[in-house]
Structures are given as C-alpha cells and as structure tokens.
Design a protein around this ligand. Structure first.
Ligand code: ZN
Length: 281
C-alpha cells in the first residue's frame, strides 16, 4: 500500500496522524481550529475527500453526530464505514467523563455519550496515539516497523512534555474558573482546576439573561478569577460576565490553529498553560 490517506475530523487528530505517520500518511483535516466541530456542513468538498480516504480519524462520542454519518453515507466509501478498519474514533480509547444519567435533548446539545472534548488533556492524547499507531500498523503492515518507531519516539517526547507542563501549571492547582461551554473537563481534571460555573446552561445554546444572572449570583458566593472560552466560540456571554464582574477572560485555542501560537500538539499545550498562568497572576 502506498500512503494511508487519512480524513481527520479535527486538527488535533490531523496533527497526531502526521506525528505518527510521517511521510507514510497523507492527511486532510475537515475542520480548522476556528470552526465549531459540533456544527459542520457535510459539503460536497468534504464528501469528495471522504470518498478517497482509507481511514477516518475523528473524536466520536457523538461530537460529529450532526455531520459525519452523512459524510460516510454520501461518500459511498466502504473503507470508512462504522464497522470497517478504516473507522477510528479517538474517544473509544479514553475514559469519558460527564456521562449524563438522564438524556433530555430539550436541554440543548447534550453529549449523551459523555464529554467528547478529550483533546484538552495530553493524557488522553497519549492513549489515543498508542491505539492510532496500532491501527496504522494494521492498515499498512509493510511499514509497521516505521509506525512503531514513530510511536515510541512520540510517546517519549510527549511524556517529557507532560512532566514539564505539570510542573509549569502547578500554581494553577485549585484555581476557580468559569467556562462558557463544558469543553474543558479533561484539562481541569488533569491540572486540578476547579470549575465554578458554566455559562451555557443548555450546552450549545446561548445562555439567557436569567441563566447569566444565576451565574452572577453563584459567583457572589463562590468567586472565580478566570472565565474561559474557546477561540471558535462567539464570546458574548463571556464578555458580559467580564463586564459585570471584572473577572479575567482567557480565550484558549482549544485545538491546533485556534490561535497563531498553536501550530502543533506541543505548542497547543505550551500556549494553553501559558495563557492560564498569565491570567492567574
Ligand atoms: Zn461540546
């Protein structure tokens, strides 16, 4: 087999695929860091790319539920159908948190399978990387030794980086933070940050004035220092809170390409931690 032709749903998986596949893979990312991965149009250009793919590398856990099934179907490509070896969902290799016990779709864009925003923790990325390398080795066994070598190399560099980030982020432990959307659960668990409130009471739905006033009341009892939104999100609710409370706003890249500094997986976390440290001063 020549290159593995990869269709990645999000930039973090495109980047990880390139780290692990090097010159043996061709990678296309369906979205950029400034697009909302919950809501993407299954455009003809994406269908054409999906038609040529040997392997889908996506988040899963229903993040792409509004567009990926349609792409798979319209591509007519047997290689990337759900039971095929060319279907790789990163969230299958991570323990998902925030799995709702009751699913009520009237309560907004509920993530019924649990929180799909797994790329906000480098520990998750390590698990996904190991599984993805195995998949490359299965799909392209001629080059298995190369993929194995690249995984070993990546995992060493990544674990060193994790140690560095944990040391750098130590002063953030216990910091009280408000989030716009519940995108940061894994980051918070990893670094020991404390989520005080969420602006989007219904996920994916802009908060009402009542919702925002409830958050304001909550912050009177439990003050927070920082409010986080993702680069791709309109920040109206966040800006409102900043205006009312003087709390510090931090716009995090959320993925690669979310800002100019976040050009690969390593700089994504360098930048994320630096922005939080700056805001926490
Ligand atoms: Zn979400």
């Amino acid at each position: 087999m020549a290159d593995i032709n990869i269709f990645a749903c999000e930039p973090e998986w495109a980047s990880l695929s390139k780290e692990l596949g090097g010159d043996n893979v061709t990678v296309f990312s369906a979205t950029t860091g400034l697009q909302d991965p919950h809501h993407i149009q299954a455009r003809p250009s994406l269908i054409a790319k999906a038609r040529q793919a040997d392997l889908l590398v996506c988040t899963g856990a229903e993040l792409e539920i509004g567009w990926l099934p349609l792409l798979q179907q319209k591509s007519g490509n047997p290689a990337i159908q759900t039971s095929s070896n060319g279907y790789f969902m990163a969230s299958s290799y991570v323990r998902l948190t925030d799995v709702p016990t009751v699913i009520d779709r009237s309560q907004g864009d509920v993530h019924a399978a649990g929180n799909p925003h797994i790329q906000t923790s480098p520990l998750n990325i390590l698990n996904v990387a190991q599984a993805l390398s195995k998949r490359f080795q299965d799909l392209d066994s001629t080059n298995a030794a190369i993929y194995e070598q690249r995984w070993q190399d990546f995992s060493q560099r990544w674990q060193l980086a994790i140690n560095k980030w944990q040391q750098l982020a130590a002063p953030l432990k216990g910091a009280s933070i408000v989030v716009q959307h519940n995108s940061w659960g894994y980051l918070f668990d990893w670094l020991g940050l404390n989520k005080v409130a969420e602006l989007e009471v219904k996920p994916g739905v802009p908060p009402t004035v009542d919702d925002l006033n409830n958050v304001l009341n909550k912050l009177k009892a439990t003050p927070a220092k920082i409010v986080i939104n993702a680069a791709y999100q309109p920040s109206r609710a966040t800006d409102w809170l900043v205006d009312k409370t003087g709390i510090t706003k931090v716009t995090l890249p959320f993925t690669i390409g979310g800002n100019a500094e976040s050009t690969n997986l390593f700089s994504l976390f360098d930048d994320t931690i630096q922005r939080l440290l700056d805001a926490n001063k």
